[in-house]
Design a protein around this ligand. Structure first.
Ligand code: NOJ
Length: 528
């Protein structure tokens, strides 16, 4: 039975700071999202995932939380959040929140208490350690955001551990009070009607209890993020994490029909462990392979096969094409291939996650030095790690600031906004937005797409092809990732086929006999 909403449905990620500003401060907010729910519903997506909206000093734009059970005033109020839940559901959609368990803000009352004295009752809620013999950090662990993962606290004369910014101290998940309190946070939102969580850096929660040094990474290439210079064996994916994942799952299962999604950047075989030994882990360990692979047909064909082959029995697949931490797909592969990528994302087996604005073909926006906001770019500048380019405001129309805000937007608006925006693409039957809408409609109307089997079709060169089928239907998806036209023989699959959709949106109902002819950069869905 694969008919849970989170299996059949499509998830749409909203980065709230950048979706719509309703109170003219240049920053997106809940009212802004409320005013655009009809747009989300009209796309045909099933669930909205919001990046964090909790009170936060915004050192990492909401991934540094100072209160887990409230809404930051920059985004609105708890009452507006409750209204959002009602309005999302009224439109037949689900709401997924971000849950950030690895670290709090350094301004969270728990951390303030913890750092106030070694004798604090909350001291053990975080990872404190004496200096090494030379007075330096206890070991060689590195932060993802540059430098040591240890910060000296002169007041209590110990170091605390932070996998990200020093303003994001890591919680001690070995402490049972931390666990119990953080599970209450889940219940707080679940009881308010939230349909599930995307769990931030789930594979980071437990660190080695012997504080051993991470070994060097012999394959490290200069220019890669500095923490890649080590193999993080003692800081991530520790065996004890699995027990915590199972506990979180049990909490979520206290409520009917909720979903738990894990943010996990790990090689395939390790990723699969997060489904849980008995499928008692997260429902969906995010599959980021399409974000990380080169855009070529043979490589992608291989990774789909590897992923499908690695899934545990009963484990439901999922695919991600963009998020707030990675370059936009349209910039990675170019606009013609961004359409092919859309068809790939929405025809693979498993739950797709879309990133706001990708449906318009939004691109990475170059950020002038004086407008950089991302702490990662500030700490590790100039090597292309900054995430501001993929977080720029949603482009609603061709008016000032793209209809996102009436004030100065917190990040610059893309130069292309006069053309690349919802209003103008809505009026253009050939726009990528129209393609996304058609793909989402097809996914709803064709059980073979939302729940059918996946079967690769042998091809060569730049062509990627596969079947999606149920007992009654068989769809061929043929994607030309190259610049040359291509003829794909239907033999021995079928004698003829009927095109349901082309990425160029101009071949509906076309019959093919013997061969399917693909133009450069074209993707087709053909009913066999
Ligand atoms: C992963 C989030 O996606 C990213 O935006 C954030 O900076 C880190 N986790 C730290 O929370």
């Amino acid at each position: 039975m694969n008919d849970a909403w989170w299996q059949r449905g499509v998830i749409y990620q909203i980065y709230p700071r950048s979706f719509r500003d309703a109170n003219a401060d240049g920053i997106g907010d809940l009212r802004g999202i409320l005013g655009r729910l009809d747009y989300c519903a009209s796309l045909g997506v099933d669930a909205l995932w919001l990046s964090p909206v909790y009170p936060s000093p915004m050192a990492d734009f909401g991934y540094d939380i100072s209160d887990y059970t409230n809404i930051d005033p920059v985004f609105g109020t708890l009452a507006q959040f409750d209204e959002l839940v009602v309005e999302v559901k009224r439109r037949g959609m689900k709401l997924i929140l971000d849950y950030v368990p690895n670290h709090t803000s350094d301004e969270h009352p728990w951390f303030k208490d913890s750092r106030s004295a070694r004798a604090s009752a909350k001291r053990d809620w975080y990872l404190w350690h004496d200096p090494a013999a030379d007075g330096g950090p206890p070991n060689n662990w590195l932060s993802h955001f540059g430098g040591s993962a240890w910060q000296w606290d002169p007041h209590t004369e110990q170091y605390y551990c932070h996998a990200f910014l020093k303003e994001q101290p890591d919680l001690n998940w070995r402490n049972p009070d931390v666990r119990a309190t953080m599970y209450e946070v889940l219940r707080f939102w679940l009881a308010r009607g939230v349909d599930g969580f995307r769990v931030d850096v789930l594979w980071h929660l437990i660190k080695d209890d012997q504080w051993r040094d991470n070994p060097p990474n012999p394959g490290y290439q200069p220019g890669a993020p500095p923490h890649y210079s080590q193999v993080p064996v003692y800081t991530t994916d520790r065996p004890e994490v699995q027990g915590i994942v199972a506990e979180m799952r049990r909490v979520v299962d206290e409520f009917a029909a909720r979903v738990l999604i894990g943010e996990i950047y790990l090689p395939l075989e390790r990723l699969m462990a997060y489904y849980g030994a008995n499928l008692d882990g997260v429902h969906l360990p995010f599959n980021f392979q399409l974000l990380q692979s080169d855009w070529n047909a043979r490589g992608i064909a291989a990774l789909i096969d590897q992923y499908e082959g690695a899934l545990p029995p009963g484990g439901w697949p999922n695919w991600v094409l963009g998020n707030h931490d990675n370059p936009r797909i349209a910039s990675r592969v170019g606009l013609p291939q961004a359409r092919v990528a859309a068809m790939l994302l929405l025809t693979l087996r498993g739950t797709p996650t879309m990133y706001y604005g990708d449906e318009l073909g939004m691109v990475n926006v170059p950020i002038a030095a004086d407008r950089v906001r991302d702490p990662l770019e500030k700490n590790v500048p100039g090597v292309g790690l900054g995430r501001d380019p993929c977080r720029t405001p949603m482009q609603w129309d061709g008016s000032l600031h793209a209809g996102f805000t009436s004030a100065q937007p917190w990040l610059p608006i893309s130069d292309d906004y006069a053309v690349v925006n919802v209003r103008s693409e809505d009026d253009d039957a050939t726009a990528i937005l129209s393609l996304y809408r058609r793909l989402l409609q097809l996914r709803r109307s064709q059980p073979a797409l939302s729940g059918g089997d996946y079967e690769p079709v042998a091809t060569s060169g730049d062509l990627l092809a596969y079947l999606r089928r149920t007992r009654h239907e068989c769809l061929l998806i043929a994607l030309n990732l190259g610049e040359e036209p291509y003829a794909l023989s239907l033999d021995p699959l079928a004698k003829a086929g009927r095109t349901l959709l082309s990425t160029y949106l101009d071949r509906d109902g076309e019959e093919s006999n013997g061969n399917v002819a693909l133009r450069a950069n074209e993707g087709l869905i053909v009913a066999l």
